[in-house]
Ligand binder design. Structure first.
Ligand SMILES: Nc1nc2c(ncn2[C@@H]2O[C@H](COP(=O)(O)OP(=O)(O)OP(=O)(O)O)[C@@H](O)[C@H]2O)c(=O)[nH]1
Ligand SMILES: [Mg+2]
Length: 618
């Protein structure tokens, strides 16, 4: 008996191939691997109206027959009959997204040119209609010269007709397959695809035309990522460039309050607690409010304008390459503000293992609590100069730290998805919202809420840890005439000597050892802690960022500063994150695993940074 005819589902990524494949085959599916490669093979059976079986394979999405990834290569090889372990398909169902015709028709034209019978599924017409786009399926059929069926895969609309057209396609007497595939260059295909898309478009609203026009630029496979990268780059430059003046104002305010308090309070313990502990510690953190607000202003604008979902879409392929789906992108993006809401947002990921992997890497996204640490070290050690004429070096280093965090997360995900949270990535798509101008009032409200949250943190966790640290740093006092510094003589100073033994090999000094434990409460406390240490060490210094920067420059070497930055890229210095991970994973196993692997990573990366910096003579 002849084997059942083989039908391949092909088309651009996210056209709805898998949704259609599932709707056609139901539960009768087999998942395997193509021999020699890691690409999964999804096959299933479907019965035609006369009872004949046909076999369906769901191919990975591709943009063209010129592969730029392993997935695309498998798709091409299957369609050309060159893939090991697969016969050449007898017919192709080309799935196109109706709302994206011009892009999807390029690949369709290439596939039709192969000479195998083709049926086009004009999918997602529900979304096209919703957006005010009306298409003429019959006109498309005439233009392409192959049968076209309008479908809505997720509502099973058009399935009967699609099955009938597949029947026709496999019932045709087999033609000799075309050997040499028609060589279309990209421009010719593009022109023809646009022409057809225009000819079959019955009506289109102005909004949809604009949306589509902007999307064709920001979602372009090449231009899209470049634009995304450029936007992020501008954002980090702005964090430094625009914050200088407001930081100056807050600093003056903190200095003024400190001096006022010193003048009113009698010399002694209370004054030290208020001036060195509270004002020195909390003040050192509060000055970062402008930078955090600038960062949030960017995130809020990108979200409100409708761009953020596009960014997630662009990232889907990148996410898939590390075993996650675009669905993980939103939680990870929120983690740039704070890992706690980010980890809570993973609840939208239905695959348990994928969700767990996302939780485990979320703390590697650079949260806003790291900004104070980053900016004070960068401000002290990276010269405020431009490279190449216009790029600020400080902003560049900050950008680099974000990139390190992202690369770390990608590497971790890659490993985790092959080991403890093994599994394949699931496809995803989000509906693209309309573009719109962000509303000024909404933006202000968002920033105001952010400012309150930050100040509340400064007034609670940071205040409390700072006071405790101040107490531990202040007692016991060294006996009069001792040449041991008050900090080294204190309880905290002695505890830190134990830690110092551990972190000395990665270039950390006493100040850092003192800051590490209190910074477990929240990362910003590291800055507050260092501020308090210096205030107690040199009571005659004025409080505030400038005093800290001067001290840092005197006491730290550049390799130590760089190692410290690298430590904060990776280290899980945040009790709230650990607590939320425990809650979201129902136990201590995963939070402990997370803390363990992140500290390990932080230690190794800081060490590598330190010794590399020393070796190249920085
Ligand atoms: N509204 C609507 N959504 C659809 C339709 N078809 C598919 N989807 C959704 O679109 C998303 C992408 O569909 P998939 O079937 O995964 O797309 P794919 O072509 O297999 O994507 P890749 O395998 O990544 O190339 C899913 O969330 C589907 O639920 C449709 O006709 N209408
Ligand atoms: Mg698919």
């Amino acid at each position: 008996m002849n084997p059942a005819p083989l039908i391949a589902m092909a088309g651009n990524p996210n056209a709805g191939k898998s949704a259609l494949f599932n709707a056609l085959t139901g539960a009768r599916q087999k998942v395997g691997n193509y021999p020699g490669v890691t690409v999964e093979r999804h096959a299933g059976r479907m019965t035609l109206d006369d009872g004949r079986p046909v076999e369906l394979v769901d191919l990975p999405g591709a943009y063209s027959l010129d592969p730029s990834s392993l997935d695309e290569q498998v798709t091409r090889d299957v369609l050309l009959g060159k893939q090991e372990g697969e016969r050449r398909p007898d017919a192709i169902v080309v799935v196109v997204d109706a709302a994206n015709l011009d892009n999807h028709l390029r690949f369709t034209l290439q596939l039709i040119a192969l000479g195998i019978p083709v049926v086009v599924a004009l999918n997602m017409i529900d979304l096209a209609e919703r957006d005010g786009l009306t298409l003429d399926a019959e006109a498309l059929e005439r233009e392409l010269g192959v049968p076209v069926v309008a479908t809505v895969a997720v509502r099973r609309r058009g399935l009967d007709e699609l099955r009938a057209r597949i029947d026709d396609a496999v019932s045709q007497p087999a033609k000799a397959p075309v050997e040499a595939r028609a060589e279309h260059d990209f421009r010719t295909l593009q022109r023809r695809a646009r022409q057809i898309a225009k000819a079959v478009t019955v009506s289109e609203t102005a909004t949809r035309r604009w949306t589509h026009r902007i999307d064709s630029i920001v979602l372009h496979p090449v231009a899209g990522p470049v634009i995304l990268l450029a936007l992020m780059f501008v954002m980090f430059q702005a964090v430094f460039a625009w914050s200088e003046a407001p930081i100056g104002w807050i600093e003056s305010l903190v200095g003024w309050v400190g001096e006022g308090a010193s003048a009113i309070l009698p010399d002694g313990l209370i004054r030290s607690a208020v001036v060195d502990g509270v004002i020195g510690g909390v003040g050192a953190v509060v000055v970062f409010l402008p930078q955090i607000l600038i960062l949030f202003a960017f995130i809020l604008i990108l979200e409100a304008s409708g761009y953020m979902v596009r960014a997630a879409f662009l990232m889907d392929r990148v996410m898939a390459s590390v075993g996650l789906s675009g669905r993980a992108f939103i939680p990870l993006l929120s983690s740039f503000a704070c890992a706690v809401p980010g980890i809570m947002a993973t609840r939208t990921i239905s695959d348990e293992k994928e969700r767990l992997a996302t939780i485990l890497i979320a703390p590697l996204m650079t949260c806003s609590a790291r900004l104070p640490v980053y900016t004070i070290i960068i401000g002290a050690f990276i010269p405020n100069q431009t490279v190449g004429g216009f790029v600020g070096l400080q902003g560049l280093v900050l950008f680099g730290l974000y990139i390190f965090g992202i690369l770390g997360a990608m590497g971790a995900s890659l490993l985790l998805r092959r080991t403890v949270t093994r599994g394949a990535s699931s496809g995803f798509m989000m509906e693209m919202p309309k573009y719109q101008w962000p509303r000024f009032n909404d933006l202000l409200l968002g920033l105001w809420q952010r400012a309150l949250i930050f100040l509340k943190r400064a007034g609670t966790i940071i205040l409390v840890t700072t006071i405790i640290l101040w107490a531990l740093l202040s007692f016991p006092k060294p006996p009069a005439g001792s040449d041991v510094s008050p900090v080294d003589y204190s309880v905290a100073g002695r505890v830190s000597q134990g830690i110092e033994v551990l972190v000395e090999p990665i270039g950390f000094n006493r100040d850092i050892s003192l800051a590490l434990i209190p910074a477990m409460a929240a990362r910003e406390v590291a800055v507050a802690a260092i501020g308090t240490v210096y205030a107690i060490d040199n009571p005659e210094d004025s409080a505030g960022e400038r005093a800290i920067v001067t001290n840092l420059r005197e006491r730290w070497t550049l390799p130590t500063a760089l190692a410290f930055l690298m430590w904060f890229v990776f280290a899980p210095q945040c009790i709230s994150t650990i607590a939320i991970t425990r809650r979201e994973t129902n136990g201590w196993k995963w939070p402990l695993f997370m803390v363990g692997y992140l500290f390990g990573l932080a230690y190794v990366m800081a060490g590598v940074t330190y010794w590399t910096a020393v070796a190249i003579g920085l």
